[in-house]
Design a protein around this ligand. Structure first.
Ligand code: AOF
Ligand code: ZN
Length: 370
């Protein structure tokens, strides 16, 4: 049975939708979706729910609950794995199922599998067809965190920044201004849910007392919250307890500080009282936390990616140290033209590679690699 281009597009669209059901839950694994089609109809679906759990292909075969009919076709958003990891190889499951035709959206960049899954299936007589170029690009981009991890062996550091049309962050220093509208803010919540960690500087914790959670209509979730605070100022005397230290997710808050911060016994004691963990890292030449410590801190905590937010000082220090792999740049049509307007980190100096542009209400988002 041959499938029309439109049908293929529809089924590839569906496996990508299924893959996205694992949004934020699969690290360090990729998000993957799979479906089984018989006589032009979808008869089973599955997706990878979490690392250590069955892969999408196995989920789809399991949900069918019987052997696929002769002529059944499988669509998968990623090349099936070919070796034993935490779970058995999907190529084996496909061969045992008797499925003779597989459509795949993109190859697995994991060197253990890249291309091997295709070879193994083809050598066993299974027809394998790769999606067209735009679908391949879309499917690969969905797993930009996994791809970065597997190719570089490093966590992915992303920076989010929202600015006015003339590159300002606030109308006035020390007073948070609303830069973007509700659509952009909802989008940020969605990205917060993808990343296993979020990171801000002490200035933001002091000025805004943010919760740094992902508040979505279906639930509120908290990434690991990394708070960069060289002198533990957020735990200072007279500072009322910040939300990140006392809310229901406080055990997910970790402060990155310096030897100087650790010398302040009163502040260290306060951290202990809140049950908040402190990690001592290197001090930069300017007396802050050295931004280049971030990849190691993340790796030590088994965090594969971080979503950095916060003010222009923090953003500038991260960008300046060359630590940012991926940028989310939100721009509002507003102009903050007053004399007191607070300038952003000068993002025009950081061109975005492979940009994706989105319209969010009145605002625009461009995101991509640096
Ligand atoms: C697939 N389908 O749903 C996923 C795949 O340790 P394991 O057994 O979970 O294997 C993890 C690797 O398998 C991961 O690094 C990636 O290359 C691939 N992920 N492959 O066929 C899936 N999640
Ligand atoms: Zn697999």
């Amino acid at each position: 049975m041959s499938l029309s281009g439109r049908k293929k597009e529809k089924f590839f669209g569906r496996v990508l939708e299924l893959a996205r059901k694992g949004w934020g839950d699969t690290h360090p694994n990729p998000m993957v979706g799979a479906l089984i089609m018989e006589s032009g109809e979808i008869v089973a679906e599955g997706y990878h729910q979490a690392c250590g759990k069955p892969h999408a292909e196995v989920e789809a075969l399991g949900s069918l609950g019987r052997k696929p009919n002769p002529g059944a076709i499988m669509f998968i958003s990623l090349e099936p794995c070919s070796t034993h990891g935490k779970t058995p190889p999907c190529t084996k499951a496909i061969l045992e199922s008797g499925i003779k035709k597989v459509f795949v959206a993109t190859t697995d960049p994991n060197p253990k599998h890249a291309g091997n899954g295709f070879d193994l299936l083809r050598n066993a007589g299974v027809e394998v067809e790769l999606a067209d170029e735009p679908t391949q690009v879309k499917a690969a981009r969905l797993n930009f965190i996994f791809n970065h991890n597997i190719k570089t062996g490093r966590p992915l550091i992303a920076l989010k920044f929202a600015e006015s049309a003339n590159g300002m962050v606030a109308e006035r220093m020390g007073r948070p201004s609303s830069v973007t509208g509700k659509e952009a803010r909802a989008d940020m919540m969605h990205w917060r849910r993808l990343f296993p960690a979020i990171c801000v500087g002490s200035g933001t914790v002091l000025a805004d007392d943010p919760s740094l959670t992902s508040r979505l209509p279906e639930n509120t979730w908290s990434p690991v919250r990394l708070l960069v605070d060289s002198s533990l100022s957020t735990l200072g005397e007279g500072v009322s307890p910040r939300k990140v230290y006392v809310d229901q997710f406080s055990e997910r808050s970790i402060v990155l500080t310096t030897a100087r911060g650790m010398l302040d016994s009163g502040r260290v004691k306060k951290a202990k009282e809140h049950g908040v963990r402190l990690i001592e890292v290197e001090e930069s030449a300017s007396g802050g936390v050295e931004p280049s410590c971030l990849p190691k801190v993340l790796s030590d905590l088994s965090l594969h990616a971080v979503y950095c937010e916060g003010g222009p000082t923090f953003a500038r220090s991260l960008l300046g140290s060359g630590q940012v792999d991926y940028l989310f740049r939100y721009r509002s049509p507003k102009l903050f033209e007053g004399e007191d307007a607070l300038p952003g980190p000068g993002l025009d100096d950081y061109p975005i590679r492979e940009p994706i542009e989105e319209e969010l209400g009145e605002d625009r988002l461009v995101h991509g690699f640096l």
